[in-house]
Design a binder for this molecule. Structure first.
Ligand SMILES: O=C(O)CCC(=O)C(=O)O
Length: 283
């Protein structure tokens, strides 16, 4: 399999796998990159777009559920090989994806965080993958990682609002970024980092939209369905024949309908309370 070193990945917590010279995979990346300029179009209007305050698209959530070319990337042999190299026999699944963009002249930064912090069960084995849909380097907003940061376990995160964003982010306070490494590569190369690896990214000052198709892979706990209740892309796992998937899906949909909107409102409430406190302090 093309250049993935498990030993290095385990040791430093990340790896850039060179797949830009794999013609089959590059053709899939090419196909997926065609949609980067077409995200608000009729064809993809059902997908969730995460926009900055000035309505610039920052992320297209779960592009693989709406666009065949993104699903093909997830189901490609090249990605399967890396996932199985990382997880070996462990049943695992792709929990979700996002096409992450950075426009020139926009802040669109990501504060230092660990993706593991988003999990309900933070002990589970998990990894983040990123397929570069354009060449990516320091100048156009590469993702930076802190080598070996996964070895320290889960660290404390704050919930913060980047001033130009509508949605909150998580942030590890006081990260020393002097040891950070930029994950640079060519279109078609694949970034892989441990769910505990601290990472962040800055602005794009070079041009283009810096599209990276990011997805998370996680050890299976319970039944590997995606958050909207649809079947996930799974590895090393067989659905039991007796499983009543329809009722499981129904429960998940109900949770999405009732629980997530409440959580979102709670976040806005916390933000409002924080603002009030700030106003009182500055008076
Ligand atoms: O797109 C990026 O630069 C980073 C995105 C990221 O870290 C995230 O979505 O959690």
């Amino acid at each position: 399999m093309s250049g993935f070193s498990k030993e290095k990945y385990l040791d430093i917590g990340y790896e850039v796998v060179s797949l830009s010279d794999n013609e089959e995979f590059l053709a899939l990346a090419d196909q997926a990159s065609l949609y980067v300029d077409d995200l608000s179009s009729q064809r993809v209007k059902t997908q969730t777009l995460w926009k900055s305050k000035n309505n610039t698209i920052k992320q297209a959530v779960n592009a693989h559920r709406h666009l065949e070319s993104y699903k093909s990337l997830l189901e490609s042999d090249a990605i399967r090989d890396i996932i199985l190299a990382v997880f070996e026999e462990t049943p695992c699944y792709i929990t979700g994806s996002k096409l992450s963009l950075k426009h020139v002249g926009e802040t669109q930064i990501w504060y230092a965080h660990q993706d593991r912090a988003y999990l309900q069960n933070t002990e589970l084995k998990c990894a983040t993958f990123g397929v570069l849909l354009e060449d990516c380097g320091e100048a156009n907003g590469a993702i930076h990682v802190i080598p070996e940061s996964h070895k320290a376990g889960l660290v404390k995160h704050d919930i913060v609002f980047e001033p130009s964003e509508k949605e909150p982010q998580i942030k590890i306070p006081g990260v020393d970024s002097s040891r950070a490494v930029a994950l640079e590569g060519k279109k078609g190369d694949v970034l892989v980092f441990d769910g505990g690896t601290i990472h962040f990214s800055g602005e794009n000052s070079a041009g283009g939209k810096r599209p990276i198709f990011i997805f998370q892979v996680q050890e299976v706990e319970g039944i590997p369905l995606e958050i909207d209740g649809s079947l996930a892309v799974v590895f090393n796992y067989q659905y039991e024949e007796s499983l009543d998937l329809r009722s499981v899906r129904r429960k998940k949909r109900l949770r999405n309908l009732l629980v997530y909107p409440v959580l979102k409102k709670a976040l806005y409430f916390c933000k409002a309370v924080g603002l009030l406190k700030l106003i009182r302090l500055t008076k």
